[in-house]
Design a protein around this ligand. Sequence first.
Ligand SMILES: Nc1ncnc2c1ncn2[C@@H]1O[C@H](COP(=O)(O)OP(=O)(O)O)[C@@H](O)[C@H]1O
Ligand SMILES: [Mg+2]
Length: 292
Amino acid sequence: MGTVNDTALNKSDAAPEQPGAPSDRTATIAPAVRLADVAVRFRTKKKDVTALEEVSLDVARGEFVAIVGPSGCGKSTLLKLVAGLLAPSAGGVALGGEHVRGPRRDIGFVFQRAALLDWRSARRNILLQAEMRGLPAAGARARADELIRMTGLDGFEDAYPHELSGGMQQRVALCRALLHEPPVLLMDEPFGALDEPFGALDALTREQMNVELHRIWRETDTTVLLVTHSIPEAVYLADRVVVMSPRPGTVTEIIEVGLPREREYAATLASAEFRSATGRIRELLGAAGAHD
Ligand SMILES: Nc1ncnc2c1ncn2[C@@H]1O[C@H](COP(=O)(O)OP(=O)(O)O)[C@@H](O)[C@H]1O
Ligand SMILES: [Mg+2]
């Protein structure tokens, strides 16, 4: 943990924070997420670990960015920086032009495991977000119902987590992350990680969740940062895919996915653009020598 570099944050096209300037004016100009020359070093008793080094990334408002990279290259660390759960050792992080100085309430976070409360129904798990934030109950209930419809959970509102499939539990977690309409949604291997093959969703459910998530993203103007180890998932969902190097994690290359916003699943996977993007990412990760 160290000082945050304001100069790095403001060095290019983002409007610098000006005292007294209305923050929404800044937000319309600045990227939704900015990482500027970020480094993260962890000091433990045994050794020091550099998780991230010289990472710079701008994510535009409403953009969907996927992050892929070998295990341990700092992907989760990167999301924690954006959420303000971790301070960089060097460089700076900003959301909508506003410097991240501590935990942010204006983000949604979906973790690898749905992390639902067993004793609460699906609806009450979703509403937990509102209770924790002290949001007005009536508005929250209406929004929860809308999200339940959007994610196809209708009819399961009153079911408890153990009565739901893995995919449904992840939908509940997604609804909970979206309840307060965060401008930025962070997702850390939400459909299963490499080191947890048995906890992961089956392939068909995963595909359905991908289609679902893509539709929800199109229908809202949320900015999404998704960490995944699945190359097809990254390319199907994202506008751009950030490929990271093994630790210390740096940005190896950013792949622009030249697919239309509307993406029918089977046709997209069969397209030349999809194959070329996935091929390029495989090549980059293969060269890194630490990927499946
Ligand atoms: N709180 C911490 N203390 C010490 N080392 C950590 C901590 N968090 C992560 N690391 C180390 O930083 C590196 C990056 O971790 P992480 O961001 O979880 O990687 P990824 O999500 O890409 O698998 C790993 O070597 C990990 O062991
Ligand atoms: Mg991780």
